[in-house]
Design a binder for this molecule. Structure first.
Ligand code: ADP
Length: 255
């Protein structure tokens, strides 16, 4: 049973891909309004776990609840409607559309319907979301991209595309925001901005779960961490506890 007052509860989640046990009974809990990091070597199951939470693949076993309600068996767009936003390891902006149009389209359309369907729906989406324009601009401002709103998204440097994706995920005002390696490929300036941005997002009351290799960023902005290794939880706790754990240090060094 999900515990009251927990933004995200993952219990005994298992997922196999053919012969590979990507997740072999993973559990974690995230308190509302906090930032939680999922770290671990490549192939340890981090992205698979995000995919389970956002409904991209069905779980083989286990329970997942957002805000105390099970999301097991729901399609990705239903989970998005429950207030779960996400970004991807590889930015999924539509390169020929402006940054603003990408934001207006919203995260879940690109995720669930593909680029073509989303593009065909653009005029309708524009009308429906006309009132969202101010909000979209506000979030672009929030991530420092107001000036680039009218440029084709594909012309933005990689780091700015990542920040734009976060703005897109914020437009739905998610209760829970899942970020998959947001720091990858960012400049030092952008990294600072990302740290501030995630703190500000938490300030809006959004719970943040972040898959991240940049451990300094994790230590700076996250109050709790789960370390995965080969689909299982190797350690969990505060960044200080986890990063001084012998098993964690050897998992990273010995890989
Ligand atoms: P991480 O994000 O920690 O690098 P992943 O969750 O991407 O790890 O992958 C965990 C394991 O599951 C890997 O062995 C990977 O090859 C496998 N895997 C992930 N997604 C798929 C998929 N869609 N099909 C087959 N195997 C997958």
């Amino acid at each position: 049973r999900p515990i009251d007052g927990v933004a995200l509860s993952v219990r005994g989640v298992e997922k196999r891909f053919g012969g590979v046990a990507a997740l072999a009974g993973v559990s974690l809990e995230v308190a509302p309004g906090t930032s939680h990091a999922i770290v671990g070597p490549n192939g340890s199951g981090k992205t698979t776990l995000l995919n389970m939470i956002s409904g991209f693949y069905p779980v083989d076993a286990g329970a997942i609840a957002v805000g105390g309600r099970s999301v097991i068996g729901l399609a990705p767009h239903r989970i998005a409607h429950r207030g779960v936003g996400r970004t991807f390891q590889t930015p999924r902006m539509m390169p020929d559309l402006t940054v603003l149009d990408n934001i207006l389209l919203g995260a879940f359309m690109a995720e669930t319907q593909g680029a073509l369907a989303a593009t065909l729906r653009l005029p309708a989406a524009r009308r429906e979301q006309a009132q969202s324009l101010a909000e979209a601009m506000r979030y672009l401002d929030f991530v420092g991209l107001r000036e680039r709103a009218m440029e084709p998204a594909g012309e933005l440097p990689h780091g700015q595309q990542r920040l734009a994706e976060i703005a897109r995920a914020l437009v739905g005002r998610p209760r829970l925001l899942l970020l998959d390696e947001p720091a990858a490929g960012l400049s030092l300036d952008e990294l600072d901005r990302l740290g501030e941005l995630i703190s500000a997002i938490r300030g809006l009351g959004t719970t943040v779960v972040i898959v991240e290799h940049h451990l300094e960023l994790v230590a700076n902005i996250c109050s709790s961490v789960t370390v995965l290794e080969r689909g299982a939880v190797l350690a969990s706790g505060t960044p200080a506890e986890v990063f001084s754990n012998e098993a964690v240090i050897s998992a990273y060094m010995g890989a």
